[in-house]
Design a protein around this ligand. Sequence first.
Ligand SMILES: Nc1nc(=O)c2c([nH]1)NC[C@@H]1CN(c3ccc(C(=O)N[C@@H](CCC(=O)O)C(=O)O)cc3)C=[N+]21
Length: 291
Amino acid sequence: MTATILDGVATASAVKNELKERISALKAKGITPGLGTLLVGSDPGSLSYVAGKHRDCAEVGIESIRVDLPETATAEEVRAAIIGLNENPAVTGYIIQLPLPAGLDENAMLELMDPDKDADGLHPTNLGRLVLGVSGELDSPLPCTPAGIVEMLGRYGVSIPGKHVVVIGRGLTVGRPLGLLLTRKGVDATVTLTHSRSVDLEGYVRQADIIVAAVGVAGLVKPEWVKPGAAVLDVGITRVVNEETGKARLVGDVDPGVAEVAGFLSPVPGGVGPMTRAMLLVNVVEAAERA
Ligand SMILES: Nc1nc(=O)c2c([nH]1)NC[C@@H]1CN(c3ccc(C(=O)N[C@@H](CCC(=O)O)C(=O)O)cc3)C=[N+]21
């Protein structure tokens, strides 16, 4: 048996096409959605993600405003850039690209954002709304990667209610909010949220109907850990640079052999990454629709 590939590029493309109509409707009302990005420093991964986000905006007709600060920016300079984005009327939603360079307090910076312009759903108010939300109505932005995972499973007909989802990783952008989203009423998964201190990780993963690996440990999830037919979503991204060519290759948290055991597999690249970017656009459009 070979897994059905959960194609994030095709699914993101469908999501983006559906957005185009909503963007036209907004523009007809005189509202142009605009995504701001704030990037501090020049991490190659972050540069590549931010560039991708601006390309996506151009593709669907969303304006995009890019603010880049050097690695050496002070907390005061970053704070001023955030206030600027809060006040810029062309920016209907924005993100602070994470991680910020060491020495800058990420939580303090996220808290400075206008929650109504938070396109990542990572402001404390929006994380609070994620915890409080019981209706499944999207009345506040959801963190993009968890939203993209649920959206992709839905579009491929992978049923979630009552299923055991084992999430590996408890980070702010993926694992932690994913557990909250999956256990909301209307989504109804049973979630085991594992992390680097979990004892017998393999034992939990073996029981999973759906596995989400988001730790950044290349090839961590082995074929023998996977229940035959399970859905496996790879969210890990490790950049491996070829010494000779200087070219980076992306390696996920899931061993390639898992494709022979799983029922569904979301690969790296071409899986959850493009979906994350598509859900960011959804958040920007929804913020403009609410405004
Ligand atoms: N405030 C904030 N919000 C984020 O959503 C956020 C962040 N910070 N910091 C970093 C992580 C990582 N992330 C990715 C987004 C897209 C791809 C993506 O499109 N990946 C492509 C490959 C891209 C490439 O070739 O580099 C793929 O998997 O096919 C990957 C990773 C968003 N993050």
